[in-house]
Write a protein that binds this ligand. Structure first.
Ligand code: ATP
Length: 393
């Protein structure tokens, strides 16, 4: 089942109104990103019929689910399924009874329900656990059953609220595969809430970035990854961020003049420089012009690449050999001081930039997550999925 979803949502239930506006074509996937408490789950709640609209309209395949002067279609009548990080299986029912719940509610005859459930158990690799209760399954197995139960009710739209968040390294890829297969097999329209830009890239064609209930950035995942326009997105994508003033040819950061490429900024304007870790050179302190003297605030090594976070707010990426040379035969330590030289800063006007308090509100280390996700695997499979966001930024 697929569905064209159009939504103009304003929900007024928390400390601030949450508003967003988007359209998703049948079989498309929209990703919603943003700091904790931004309103991501509230949008899903509105789509699922769990939070009333203060204003706006939600239509699915031309049918109005919620809107002015309309009776709100209840959650069970929407053709919308919600899957979040807790499996929410019926604890007293066996796996097969959990799976048969949706098909029975659809009115399928008993023999057909049996067939559907058996097919599901086979696809999930859980045929031998049909009689088990949810608490007898691992977290990953429970989540696989929850995915099956959600799809077994043949929804037009599936709402995915951080569905991988509580899975370990072993079950995460299995659950991702099951979900990817089902989305591809059924062509179900999807809305994915995630804290990982890599997830958005893997699953969605369009992203909305929310902050305090407002859409602050929107666009395809590759654009957000390569050319973010807001601080939250830049940090999510792994860029370093520097604040200063654009002189016309350099960004003045506390008296240090750094070369950069202007992107909509004019001379004399407060500005923000964005730089990828691979474009930051590091050297032993020499007191040269055009470098930021800063202390190392974080060291990580992955697949032969060393990343040094700095007190200047930027991260450098270098080879293990280069890092060893820098550290005098060992890796640099926290507190070591070096000269950080960013090249190819993209400089944008500060007034178009997100307010700095975004960082203090976040609960996740967005600097690291961008690099720790596997964006391979199912990426190809979903490259045809389409969504169109029309945010209120
Ligand atoms: N049922 C509710 N009643 C009143 N306020 C709520 C309700 N659910 C959420 N809120 C508030 O609405 C705001 C947005 O919450 P929401 O859960 O949508 O954010 P989120 O972006 O999904 O956050 P997280 O990433 O932490 O899950 C928060 O301030 C939250 O406290």
């Amino acid at each position: 089942m697929t569905g064209a979803l159009a939504a103009e949502i304003v929900v007024d239930r928390g400390p601030f109104p949450v508003s967003a506006s988007f359209e998703i074509e049948p079989g498309g996937c929209l990703a919603i990103l943003g700091p904790n408490g931004a309103g991501k789950s509230t949008i899903l709640a509105a789509l699922a019929g769990l939070a009333p609209l203060a204003s706006g309209t939600i239509t699915l395949n031309g049918r109005t689910l919620d809107g002015p002067g309309r009776r709100r279609v209840p959650p069970e009548g929407r053709g919308v399924a919600l899957l979040d990080q807790r499996s929410r299986l019926f604890p007293h029912l066996t796996v097969e009874k959990n799976l048969s719940f949706g098909p029975r509610a659809l009115g399928l005859p008993r023999s057909q329900v049996r067939t559907v459930v058996d097919e599901w158990l086979g696809r999930l690799g859980l045929a031998d656990r049909a009689r088990a209760k949810p608490h007898e399954l691992s977290g990953g197995q429970q989540q696989r059953v929850a995915i099956a139960r959600a799809f077994a009710s043949q929804p037009s739209v599936i709402l995915l609220d951080e569905p991988f968040a509580s899975l370990d390294a072993e079950s995460g890829p299995i659950v991702r595969r099951v979900l990817a297969d089902e989305l591809a097999r059924t062509g179900t329209t999807a809305v994915l809430v995630t804290h990982h830009l890599a997830d958005a890239w893997q699953w969605a064609d369009e992203c909305l970035v929310l902050d305090r209930g407002r859409v602050v950035e929107q666009g395809p995942p590759d654009r957000l990854t390569m050319r973010p326009r807001r601080e939250f997105t830049a940090l999510l994508a792994g860029f370093g961020v520097l604040r200063g003033r654009w002189s016309g040819s350099t960004l003045d950061v506390g008296g240090v003049e750094l070369p950069g490429e202007p992107d909509g900024v004019v001379a004399g304007q407060a500005a923000v420089g964005i730089v990828a870790p691979r474009d930051v050179a590091v050297s032993a302190p020499r007191g040269c012009a055009g470098v930021l003297a800063a202390a190392v605030t974080g060291v990580s090594v992955q697949a032969g690449v060393v990343r040094l976070d700095s007190s200047a707010g930027i991260t450098a990426e270098l080879s293990v050999d280069a890092a060893r040379a820098l550290g005098g035969g060992r890796l640099p330590s926290l507190g070591d001081s070096f000269d950080f030289a960013p090249h190819g800063l993209r400089v944008v006007p500060a007034d178009e930039w997100q307010s700095p308090d975004v960082l203090s509100k976040r609960g996740t280390d967005y600097r690291s997550v961008a690099d720790h996700q596997d964006v391979g695997g199912t990426e190809q499979q979903h490259s045809g999925r389409r969504a169109r966001g029309r945010g209120t930024a």
